[in-house]
Write a protein that binds this ligand. Structure first.
Ligand code: ZN
Length: 665
């Protein structure tokens, strides 16, 4: 008997509904847990909401609610989605719980008593209007390195530089608009650097995927830093023991939430001994996380656990991001798909299968591609798998009163059972895509068998024995395929279990003989591509761009007031570089004289080399609402002429003597 497994899924943040990105990790983790349980492993599965931090506090304030009211509503919506997708958590708890408060306090005191926590005075950006310290993301200003406008306080999206918010030029508080001041405060730091050697050893234990281990190596090479685990009031979180106005940083108590979810579960489940497993190392711990939170899970978390003498993770499995039709999920592009929106149109089974069919053990991004989604579901689940049952079931009912025979085609069934361990191994190593391909290859073999044996023709003859053998074979093949698909699509195979009068609770390949099944009822329908496109391509109502007013009126005339709304300015191109990841884009830095500098991404790469553009004067729309692009902010638009056809693009340039910043009217 192998050791008990404790499996967790990354805790969704309690400031918005679940979306298709959240569902990837949950589906991958749930598939693994279901497989382990079918194999007879004791495997417990935990999650919950991550309910603390400044963004939640500000959102509650914005909505005129208490923090507790906001996270309560979000919790209910997350739980509903989790159930709808049949994610089988033993407990879905919240980090804003008494268990978590007690555990976070204990862990802190233990680490402190062992000398792993100390107090230091730090200087931070402070909003004098709101009377609060500002998290990095709530200070905006110009990048100290490249001068790009409107950058966050921790890093520049244009040049990639990282810095402190106090380094920004012309900083403003994103909360009040006030200019932040520097202010000192005493903070507790967790000495991550004390664990460097141990973390390096732990990394060699095979706990991490190759990509994650490489990322860690980079961090080690860059040098570890001790970790500030304190936030000053006002803050939504747990007070630090012994302090009045200092709180644990949300990332301190978030992973502890895995354990508080376990403790909550243990209250009603005597068989689950938390202390034995977590404090005395009697279980293995596995975390499914997104690649954006590896730093916390692979550095801080194991170091904290080690300092507090608790079990360290046996496996950290990271998933990539979801893109929709090749695009990053984005509200303005309409590619941001909430779980509820998906569920209003489609069965969760489709998404579960699609994600699994595209998953591997590596940290891969997965593209939700409308045509591919439709084709895979229709071809694999409907065309190959369910088709086997629907083709043969009518003969079972009309000729044999739904009772299977005692003989079957040895060759075909053996072909299916032989692959049982290969498929199991794919599941165990999280190679779900390989499992899906292998199962569908077997489904092809079964369909080929039915096509060759032609039960519909045998049914017209007197050879009932042959017809029974074909149908018994097909039903047993269908049972095996259902068994193999169960970790991925449990809802669908529950219908198959009902039809076969059987179950898939354990991974066994024993045939069903002289066994009575039920009448066949359709199990799954085909997807209509148009419905998928409605979901992926439709702009969401809340995202209609309000800044593009319909200035063009009938017969193409606009009023002078409309034209005057457009602030056209002379701009000098002082920097130009092509964007390697984009076919058409050049990044320009434009000097508007007294109006300062702007960054604009212009689609003129086909016509100009960056060198040709340097030093040129041109005309730009300076009051276009800044747009966040994949490569950074675009803060305006450069005017250029082009014909309806042909390659020409010509930027506009003013006559000699025009100065940067002059208004064009
Ligand atoms: Zn920069």
């Amino acid at each position: 008997m192998s050791r008990d497994k404790l499996v967790t899924n990354a805790l969704p943040y309690a400031n918005g509904p679940l979306h298709l990105g959240h569902m990837l990790g949950m589906i991958q983790a749930d598939t693994w847990v279901r497989f382990q349980r079918m194999r007879g492993q004791r495997c417990f599965f935990f999650c919950g909401d991550d309910a603390h931090g400044t963004p939640i506090m500000l959102k509650a304030r914005e909505q005129g609610k208490t923090n507790e009211a906001l996270i309560g509503e979000i919790y209910a919506s997350h739980l509903k989605d989790v159930h709808s997708f049949n994610i089988n958590f033993d407990c879905y708890h919240t980090t804003h719980s008494p268990e978590n408060e007690a555990l976070a306090g204990d862990l802190f005191l233990k680490l402190k008593s062992k000398g792993y926590i100390d107090k230091r005075t730090i200087t931070q950006a402070y909003d004098p209007k709101e009377n609060m310290f500002l998290p990095d993301r709530y200070v905006k200003g110009e990048c100290p390195k490249c001068g790009a406008l409107d950058q966050y306080g921790d890093s520049c999206e244009v040049c990639g530089a990282t810095y402190s918010p106090l380094d920004l030029k012309n900083p403003v508080s994103a909360i009040s608009g006030a200019t932040p001041i520097s202010k000192e405060s005493e903070h507790y730091f967790f000495k991550l650097t004390s664990f460097e050697k141990e973390l390096k050893e732990w990394m060699k234990s095979g706990t991490l995927q190759k990509e994650v281990a490489n990322k860690l190596k980079e961090w080690f090479e860059a040098g570890l830093h001790d970790w500030d685990i304190t936030r000053d009031a006002p803050y939504f979180g747990f007070k630090i023991p012994g302090e009045d106005d200092k709180y644990f940083y949300v990332w301190m108590d978030a992973p502890i939430g895995y354990f508080s979810s376990m403790m909550h579960f243990a209250k009603n489940h005597a068989e689950f001994n938390f202390d034995e497993m977590v404090r005395h190392g009697k279980a293995d711990l596995y975390h499914f996380v997104g690649k954006d939170i590896i730093y916390f899970h692979a550095l801080f978390w194991p170091a904290m656990l080690s300092g507090a003498d608790m079990i360290k993770p046996t496996g950290i499995f990271s998933s990539g991001f979801i893109t929709v039709n090749g695009q990053k999920m984005s509200k303005s592009r309409g590619t941001f798909i909430e779980a509820q929106q998906y569920l209003s149109l489609f069965s969760p089974t489709y998404l579960r299968y699609y994600y699994c069919a595209k998953s591997s053990a590596a940290v891969d991004d997965i593209d939700f591609e409308s045509n591919d989604f439709t084709a895979r579901v229709n071809s694999d689940l409907v065309g190959k798998y369910v088709n086997i049952a629907s083709r043969c079931a009518p003969f079972m009912k009309s000729h044999f009163n739904n009772t299977l025979g005692s003989e079957y085609d040895q060759h075909l069934i053996k072909m299916l059972t032989t692959e049982s361990e290969t498929i199991a191994d794919f599941y165990n190593t999280r190679e779900y895509g390989k499992a899906a391909r292998e199962i569908m290859r077997l489904a092809d073999e079964v369909n080929a068998y039915i096509a060759t044996e032609k039960p519909w023709e045998v049914a017209k003859t007197d050879d009932k024995a042959k017809l029974l053998l074909i149908c018994t074979t097909a039903m047993n093949a269908f049972r095996l395929l259902s068994l193999y698909l169960t970790p991925m699509v449990p809802d669908l195979t529950a219908k198959a279990a009902q039809f076969l009068n059987s179950d898939f609770k354990t991974w066994h390949t024993k045939p069903l003989l002289n066994h009575t099944i039920h009448d066949y009822v359709p199990m799954i329908g085909r997807i209509d591509l148009n419905e998928v496109l409605k979901m992926t391509d439709a702009p969401k109502p809340e995202d209609k761009p309000a800044d593009i007013a319909p200035a063009v009126i009938e017969n193409n005339e606009i009023a002078i007031e409309d034209f005057m709304k457009i602030d056209l300015r002379i701009a000098k191109i002082i920097e130009a570089e092509s964007v390697p990841e984009a076919d058409k884009l050049v990044r320009l830095t434009l000097d508007l004289g007294p109006m300062g500098k702007r960054q604009v991404f212009a689609g003129i790469k086909s016509a100009y080399s960056p060198e040709q553009l340097l030093g040129q004067l041109t005309v730009m729309v300076s009051n276009l609402k800044p747009r966040k692009m994949r490569f950074g902010m675009s803060e305006g638009m450069v005017l250029a002429a082009s014909g309806e056809e042909g390659p020409g693009i010509y930027i506009l340039t003013p006559h000699e003597g025009a100065q940067p910043g002059m208004r064009v009217k």
